[in-house]
Design a protein around this ligand. Structure first.
Ligand code: A2P
Length: 339
């Protein structure tokens, strides 16, 4: 449990990565009460300097023994590292907010989106999981709809940017785009196919039933965060040649009737959501619009007349912020509030 203090010793594990960088930026931007910031990465990054509130912080090598004296550690260095190092951190008395998939479905670990299930933070035992990026932005809009009309089923298709894979994938999209425009040969490294000028209907590994792990994550994590196993979710997750910002097409079937206006009204009052929906003026959520923003943008809200109670909508959010770094920092802020 976190002890109430005026300021906290905070660590970012995986500080040199795409999400790690964003975590440092969000901590600074939100004026998180940091007494001391410690940054960890692999030996490749030892000695690198990063800035925090105009001060230089040197990146240290992550080991099992670094966690003594650290109050809160935000992890984003991949599932393998989280699985190995988070228990050492928790044992040293540090509260871990883990951005990887390592602990999300562990029944002993709360999986939290502060707008949806902050109450689950009460039962943490030292590790709290930050959900999958696509799941976070989806549940932020599902929650008010579920509370008002009980969701029966969600059909979701995602359009996910390459930053969700990390820095190497962003470099790959940049290099492939430039090489192809210059008529050069390309050879995919991070993804199984060319990502520039393409769409890949595969995110993460395939499971035996033909779904990808990312699709399964969206199904299982939604039920855990919403605290309702009866919500049916079926997903198709697609990687698109966008650097930053995930979009999703949602088809939502509810038990009780909601008009498109009811949904607009509900979402405009919901925390963390901006209704951006003036189709006649070409106003709808775009990845380029939501980069650097905290909220989930919702638009193209319309009734699905092929079922009794159905709503279609399009959402977009910054996957590195609400989908990762911001949600992790918001969890830490809630922990402080509750301490
Ligand atoms: P490094 O930059 O030293 O490799 P991304 O998801 O954007 O690729 O970032 C992954 C993050 O995880 C980076 O900060 C990376 O550090 C860090 N990381 C990778 N492997 C390890 C490791 N064995 N120990 C600590 N940090 C690691």
């Amino acid at each position: 449990m976190l002890k109430k203090k005026e300021k906290y010793v905070v660590a970012v594990v995986g500080a040199t990565g795409a999400v790690g960088h964003e975590m440092v930026a969000v901590l600074e931007e939100r004026n998180f009460p940091v007494e001391k910031l410690r940054l960890f990465a692999s030996e490749r990054s030892e000695g690198k300097i990063m800035n925090f509130h105009d001060k230089s912080v040197t990146v240290e090598i992550l080991t099992e023994n670094v966690f003594k004296g650290i109050d809160i550690a935000l992890f984003s260095a991949g599932a393998e590292r989280s699985l190995h190092y988070a228990p050492f951190a928790a044992k040293a008395g540090c509260v871990v907010v883990d951005n990887s998939s390592a602990w999300r479905m562990d029944p002993e670990v709360p999986l939290v989106v502060p707008e949806v299930n902050p109450h689950d933070l009460k039962w943490h035992k030292g590790i709290i999981a930050n959900p999958n990026c696509s799941t976070i932005q989806m549940v932020v809009v599902l929650k008010p709809i579920h509370d008002a009309a009980k969701i029966k089923r969600v059909v979701v298709t995602t359009f996910q940017s390459v930053s969700g894979t990390g820095k190497k994938a962003m470099d790959e999209l940049l290099n492939q785009t430039s090489d192809l425009l210059n008529f050069k040969e390309i050879s995919p490294l991070v993804y199984p196919h060319q990502i520039a000028f393409n769409c890949l209907p595969q995110i993460d590994k395939f499971m035996d039933d033909g779904y990808t792990k990312e699709e399964i994550k969206m199904v299982n994590e939604t039920k855990k965060i919403m605290g309702d196993n009866s919500i049916k979710v079926t997903a198709t997750t697609v990687r698109v040649p966008v650097f930053r910002g995930h979009s999703e097409a949602l088809n939502i079937e509810t038990e009780n009737k909601l008009s498109a206006n009811d949904v607009r009204d509900l979402l405009s009052k919901a925390p963390g959501v901006i209704v951006y929906d003036v189709p006649e003026k070409n106003v709808y959520p775009l990845p380029t619009l939501c980069v650097g923003k905290d909220e989930v943008y919702a638009g193209r809200i319309r009734e699905d007349n092929t079922i009794e109670n159905g709503i279609n909508m399009w959402i977009a959010a910054d996957n590195l912020r609400k989908g990762a770094a911001l949600n992790a920092v918001q969890i830490a802020e809630k922990l402080i509030e509750m301490a």
